[in-house]
Design a protein around this ligand. Structure first.
Ligand SMILES: [Zn+2]
Length: 373
C-alpha cells in the first residue's frame, strides 16, 4: 500500500492518492485531448483540446472521490468508521476500522457508491443537454463524464467481492444464510471467477481480433480483480479472527525489565543466555525508557558489546507507540502498519505490563486457526 500521496481531509476522512493515479491521469488526459475530442469534435484549436482534456480528467477524478465519499459517509452513518481512503486506478479502497456488523449496514454502504455515480452521471447528462448549442467543449466534456460515471457504476456493480457489487451480493447472501464467513467465501470466489473471466476475455480478444491494447487492458483489470479478491479475503479473515480480541490477550508479559546503564554483554550473559528472552523493557525506577530486541543488539559489532550500554541502542520511548490493555488487537495492528513499527508496549496507568510484537499476533491467529476457531 506504501506509495501514496496525502491529499488532505474531507469530512474528517483522510484521502490518499496512490502513485498509479498519476499514470492514469496522464493517460486519460492524453487520450482525450489527442484522440477522442479531435476525432469526435473536429475544428477546435489545440489549446481547447488540451484544456478540455485536463479539465475532464480532473472532474473524472472528482467523480471517483465523490463515489468513495458516498460509501464513507453512508458507512459512518451506519456505524462503520472509515479512517482513510486510498484512490487506486479503478477507484478507491476505503480503510475501514472494522467490517460491517449487520448486513443492512453493508448493503447501504456498498450501494451508496454506484448510486452516487449514477446520480453524478445523470447530472452531467443534463449539463450536456443544457450546453448544446452554447459551448461545444463543455457539452463534450459533460457527455464524456456522464458516460464514464455510468461505466464506473456498472463496473463496480460486478458481483465479485471486494467490488461494490460483490459487497451487495455478500450482504444479500449474509441476510439469507445468516452466515457471514460463508457469504464472504462465496462472494470472494465469484470475485476471483470474474477476474479470471476478464483475463480469458482479454486473451481471446488478442488472439481473435489482434487488438492488443484492449486485450491487455481487459486482462490487466482481470488480474487486478483476482488479486484484490484474494487480498481482501485474507484481510477479512484477519479482521474476523481479531474481532473482540484485546491487546492484553495477545501481549507477552515475559519481557524482563532491565536498567538502562547495563552493557550489552551483561544483558547477553545475564538474560539472553539464561532466560532465553528476546525482548526487554528498559526502565529506571519503574519509568520506561525504551524497548530492546535482538535486532537492536545485532546492530552492534561484538567487540563493542563490553562498552555499549543498552540505553544507547534501545528504541527510545519517544519513538514508541503505546497500546492500552483494553485496546482491540486490530487497531494495534493498524497502528503498527501506519507507523511502520513491529512492536508496541502495553501500558496501564503509566506502567508497562507487556509487549505486543507482530509475531505475537501472527502466532495468536495461527493457534486459533489450528483450533478451528
Ligand atoms: Zn465503490
Amino acid at each position: 500500500m506504501g506509495s501514496a500521496f496525502n491529499l488532505g481531509k474531507i469530512f474528517g476522512i483522510r484521502f490518499r492518492l496512490h502513485y498509479t493515479w498519476f499514470i492514469i491521469f496522464v493517460l486519460i488526459t492524453v487520450s482525450l485531448s489527442w484522440q477522442y475530442f479531435p476525432f469526435v469534435y473536429p475544428g477546435w484549436n489545440l489549446w481547447t483540446y488540451w484544456l478540455t482534456g485536463i479539465f475532464t480528467s480532473l472532474l473524472f477524478f472528482s467523480s471517483v472521490v465523490a463515489h468513495e465519499l458516498a460509501h464513507s459517509l453512508v458507512g459512518r452513518a451506519n456505524g462503520i468508521p472509515v479512517k482513510s481512503i486510498t484512490l487506486f486506478i479503478f477507484g478507491g479502497v476505503a480503510h475501514m476500522t472494522r467490517e460491517a456488523a449487520r448486513h443492512g449496514a453493508e448493503l447501504k454502504m456498498a450501494a451508496a457508491g454506484p448510486a452516487s455515480s449514477l446520480v453524478i452521471g445523470g447530472l452531467f447528462f443534463l449539463l450536456h443537454l443544457l450546453m448544446r448549442g452554447i459551448s461545444e467543449p463543455v457539452m463534450a466534456m459533460a457527455f464524456w463524464l456522464a458516460q464514464v460515471n455510468v461505466i464506473l457504476a456498472v463496473f463496480n456493480l460486478i458481483p465479485g467481492f471486494p467490488l461494490d457489487g460483490g459487497r451487495v451480493f455478500r450482504s444479500l447472501l449474509w441476510r439469507f444464510s445468516g452466515d457471514y464467513k460463508r457469504s464472504t467465501r462465496i462472494a470472494t470466489r465469484v470475485g476471483r471467477g470474474v477476474g479470471y473471466l476478464f483475463i480469458l476475455a482479454g486473451i481471446l480478444i488478442i488472439f481473435l481480433t489482434q487488438q492488443w491494447f484492449s486485450g491487455l487492458w481487459l486482462a490487466f483489470i482481470g488480474w487486478f480483480l483476482e488479486n484484490t479478491a484474494s487480498a481482501s479475503y485474507r484481510q477479512s479473515q484477519w479482521q474476523g479472527a481479531l474481532q473482540g480480541v484485546t491487546a492484553s490477550q495477545v501481549m507477552t508479559s515475559d519481557c524482563p525489565v532491565v536498567p538502562s546503564p547495563i552493557t550489552i554483554s551483561q544483558l547477553v550473559q545475564e538474560y539472553i543466555f539464561i532466560g532465553g528472552q528476546r525482548c526487554f523493557l528498559i526502565a529506571d525506577e519503574g519509568e520506561l525508557k525504551g524497548i530492546l530486541t535482538l535486532q537492536n543488539i545485532k546492530s552492534v559489532a561484538q567487540p563493542n558489546w563490553e562498552v555499549t550500554r543498552v540505553k544507547d541502542i534501545m528504541t527510545p520511548m519517544e519513538k514508541l507507540k503505546v497500546a492500552r490493555p483494553d485496546q482491540d488487537a486490530l487497531s494495534v495492528l493498524e497502528q503498527m502498519d501506519e507507523s511502520n513499527i513491529n512492536q508496541m508496549p502495553v501500558v496501564r496507568e503509566g506502567r508497562v505490563i507487556g509487549l505486543i510484537a507482530r509475531d505475537n499476533l501472527i502466532r495468536f491467529l495461527r493457534t486459533r486457526s489450528e483450533l478451528g476457531m
